[in-house]
Design a protein. Structure first.
Length: 321
């Protein structure tokens, strides 16, 4: 019996793309020496996506459909798909053919070579100059502030080993970014660069507002710098206002006011000093909030990739704790 692999495909208003995508997906899947299950997650589509998927399921017993009760978002849809997988590994891809199914063989080869996470990375992208600039700025900020290593232009097109899927499914976070969580988990990984193909039909479901929301969620979920920003600002203000205040005091009451500094300047510096104190106190509170945040999201303290017993050198798969 051949090894079972799972294909996870989130779907939202993709009725026009589903049949061409299914045809190309099965064309390449049928040439690979594996059994497949195709798991389509309908994320509350308003077109005939579900009807098209039902037709495909009648034609092919490998097609499985998970229909969500409403639109929960792509991250929730991908999580639902991974929970439904039974394969030794799962490949996540979109149904608009911008992530070519023809690359599945490369992903699987790297997995067979020992990589537990195989990530598709855009070598070039079909997007407007504004979006390209926004993506560049986003990844630069994330590399600066994130405590998790983020691969620039990494996509949701990725293969996950069964061990990685099981650990991912145990993570309790609700406000999640799939690719960020997978990057945080670690594991042995490899990369497959590819050219982003043009979208077959329709417009991207991620509009500018959704992208901004995704970016803000990424900043707050994978970095504590935004939380501590007020504290940093408060410290800077104190470092500026205290020496300035001391100088003004000495100038006025010791040197006899040679610069004729008026009382409004003293009031302004005092106000600036008090603002710095307030912001510094907020920064101190943010340290406690950061600890609360870490406890509430309840991520595992560590993830063991494998364990080796002294009396048995065979590697055993580890679990998260």
């Amino acid at each position: 019996m051949q090894t079972l692999l799972s294909i996870v495909v989130p779907v939202y208003n993709e009725a026009q793309n589903l049949r061409p995508f299914y045809k190309e997906l099965t064309t390449y899947a049928n040439d690979l020496p594996f059994d497949f299950e195709f798991i389509f997650i309908d994320d509350g589509s308003k077109d005939d996506s579900v009807g098209t998927l039902c037709d495909l399921a009648e034609q092919d017993k490998r097609v499985h459909i998970v229909q969500l009760a409403r639109n929960f978002g792509k991250e929730a849809a991908v999580s639902a798909g991974l929970h439904a997988t039974k394969g030794a590994a799962a490949i996540i891809m979109d149904s608009d053919l911008q992530m070519p199914p023809s690359l599945m063989g490369k992903f699987i080869s790297k997995w067979q070579a020992g990589s537990e996470v195989v990530v598709g990375v855009f070598a070039s992208r079909n997007m407007s100059r504004v979006r390209a600039t926004g993506a560049k700025v986003f990844y630069r900020i994330m590399r600066t502030i994130s405590h998790t290593k983020i691969t620039p232009h990494a996509t949701d097109y990725r293969l996950l080993d069964r061990q990685v899927i099981d650990v991912f499914n145990d993570l309790p976070e609700r406000n999640r970014i799939t690719r960020g969580l997978i990057d945080w988990m670690g594991f042995e990984r490899a990369y497959v660069p590819f050219e982003q193909a043009p979208r077959l039909h329709g417009n991207p479901t991620y509009d500018f507002r959704s992208l901004i929301t995704l970016a803000m969620n990424s900043f707050t979920a994978y970095s504590l710098v935004p939380l501590k920003l007020a504290g940093y600002l408060g410290v800077v203000i104190l470092l500026l206002s205290v020496p300035t205040g001391v100088f003004m005091f000495v100038e006025r009451f010791v040197l006899g006011d040679p610069f004729a500094i008026r009382g409004t300047a003293f009031l302004a510096i005092m106000t600036l000093f008090l603002v710095g104190v307030v912001l510094a106190c907020l920064g101190l509170m943010s340290l406690y909030i950061a600890h609360i945040h870490s406890e509430v999201i309840d991520r595992p303290l560590y993830i063991a990739r494998r364990t080796v017993k002294p009396h048995d050198r065979r590697a055993e798969r580890g679990t998260n704790v």
